[in-house]
Write a protein that binds this ligand. Structure first.
Ligand code: SF4
Length: 528
């Protein structure tokens, strides 16, 4: 549904800010692709764009693809912005540019909802999810689009039922220029890990769309030109297991109908390993990757951060179970925990060797406002406000030791030979457990073939000829070519190349050690 009952017409410019260069945005992979320029279509802002009254003209600009121009600002009557903490500086910069054109600037999304104080210059703060605050914001701008005298904060008290969410306005985005497609089935998570702001922001009782909404969204994503993979951005895909089981048969049917042209991935807690019926259905629906916040291999640390659910099945056994259903595990890891010891870095590297997980997002602990961790560290007087640091946590270990450990782990884990050996393992022990999708016209379309050939050409030229890890690359690539594993060659090298290049920057100290760090880095300069 859309908001209704507003007669005036307003032109709205929705601007999504640039990401600070980070491990999880894969920008080193883009030059190897056929025109990818950004990570994932932003669900929140595209949802708002779809909710705005149908007769209001809307422009959507993702500044990861192109900056909003003077012409865009001159066209608009108000600017809507959304984003995460890591985009804070860029969001404030968009506000400054909007004001330079005399425009009203409104901000919503996860960052402002958790930390309204971060955004003192915006005219409207939209705190919380889509709901009565959104209606009020649209009504106010409908009545008068000029800037209010002082900042107005609108808080959602009554959230819109997710079954009434419109399909995000994917048609406004250059969907073909994204690395991954994105889709959301549920919001919220029943657990309460100490460091996580999800339960506080979105609740512990997951709210849901209907399976029919999801298949309609997938249809629209396809129409808009998505290829490759679609990521379920749900905080925890099995936050409501019954709902996951209800959705999966619809996804399987959709895959059959559309010729398995897409693969799926999602985030879920590691205790999904205890639910073979869910995993079997995910395999049938062609889920290829699953992100699990393993955080640490240390059971004492898991207990301390209230993530005991990671220990319901021994971690290594759980990973093997997921691999057995054809799903590659991607793991979140945190360094700088209170339980860390001088040997924690070495233990992490041993865990990586044993698990054979290729991709691990290794971050320093960061205390997010609104989390139990924040409250505890505040009580213990261990929060540090210093934008020159990679974390706002006063670690138990010396700060320099923790950052040095992070750099050393990044440098070691992503050495080309080690990383490609882990991909070799996945190809032989995980990917072979996936379903073999039946040949379909959609999968072997000329467009897909052309995309594949373009990526192969880029990979051979930029990595195989110009790259400085040519030897390791060709050892890996020749085995794939000999076995006809072209798809695996492309998918592995796209990700591996990013990890290798990013980890090099990291081990030289050129990147942030935390996804949430506020440290200003070169890539976070404004898009202008
Ligand atoms: S399981 Fe994941 S989403 Fe849920 S509270 Fe823990 S970290 Fe957050």
């Amino acid at each position: 549904m859309r908001v209704e009952g507003i007669d005036n017409v307003r032109r709205i410019l929705c601007v999504f800010p640039r990401y600070t260069s980070s491990f999880g945005t894969f920008e080193y992979a883009y030059p190897l692709t056929a025109g990818v320029q950004a990570f994932m279509p932003p669900q929140g802002l595209l949802l708002i764009a779809a909710y705005i009254p149908a007769h209001w003209p809307v422009r959507f600009i993702d500044e990861n693809i192109r900056p909003a121009t003077a012409e865009d600002f001159q066209w608009a009557e108000a600017v809507f912005v959304s984003g995460m903490h890591i985009q804070r500086q860029q969001m404030n910069d968009i506000c400054r540019r909007a004001h330079a054109f005399g425009l009203t600037a409104a901000i919503g999304g996860p960052s402002v909802s958790a930390c309204p104080d971060y955004y003192p210059s915006f005219d409207y703060l939209h705190v919380g999810e889509l709901g009565d605050a959104t209606n009020e914001l649209i009504a106010r701008i409908g009545r008068d689009p000029s800037r209010p005298e002082r900042q107005v904060t609108l808080k959602t008290a009554d959230r819109l039922d997710m079954t009434k969410f419109p399909i995000p306005a994917y048609e406004l985005a250059d969907i073909g220029h994204y690395f991954l497609g994105s889709i959301q089935y549920s919001s919220g998570c029943p657990y309460q890990c100490e460091f996580c702001d999800i339960p506080g922001l979105y609740g512990r009782n997951p709210r849901l769309k209907t399976p029919q909404q999801i298949t309609a969204e997938l249809d629209k994503l396809l129409e808009c030109g998505i290829t490759g993979s679609v990521y379920f951005v749900d905080d925890n895909f099995i936050g409501n297991r019954k709902a996951a089981l209800e959705l999966l048969p619809h996804l399987i049917e959709w895959q059959k109908k559309t010729g398995y042209v897409l693969r799926f991935s999602c985030e879920a807690t590691l205790n999904i390993a205890k639910r073979p019926e869910i995993l079997a259905a995910m395999r049938e629906a062609f889920f290829a990757t699953i992100f699990c916040g393993i955080e640490t291999p240390d059971p004492a640390a898991l207990k301390a951060m209230r993530k005991d659910h990671n220990m319901m099945v021994p971690i290594m056994e759980a990973i093997q179970t997921l691999n057995g259903f054809g799903m590659e595990v991607v793991s979140g890891i945190i360094l700088g925990l209170d339980t860390d010891k001088p040997e924690s870095g070495q233990h992490l590297l041993e865990f990586i060797d044993a698990s054979q997980i290729p991709l691990l997002t290794i971050n320093l602990l960061q205390a997010l406002p609104g989390t139990p961790l924040w409250d505890r560290l505040k009580r213990e007087n261990r929060l540090i406000e210093d934008e020159g640091r990679d974390s706002n946590v006063d670690f138990r270990m010396p700060y320099e030791d923790v950052v040095t450990t992070w750099r050393a782990c990044m440098g070691s884990a992503y050495q080309p030979a080690k990383l490609l050996a882990r991909y070799e393992f996945q190809i032989q022990h995980t990917y072979q457990n996936r379903i073999e999708p039946p040949p379909s016209r959609e999968r072997s379309s000329w467009r897909n073939i052309r995309l594949g050939l373009t990526m192969l050409r880029n990979i051979f030229w930029k990595v195989g000829i110009l790259g400085d890890y040519r030897l390791e690359f060709w050892k890996f690539a020749l085995r794939r070519l000999a076995r006809g594993e072209i798809e695996y060659l492309i998918s592995s090298i796209l990700v591996a190349h990013h990890l290798i290049m990013f980890a090099r920057d990291a081990s030289r100290g050129h990147t942030n050690a935390s996804y949430y760090s506020l440290r200003l880095q070169q890539a976070s300069v404004p898009a202008e």
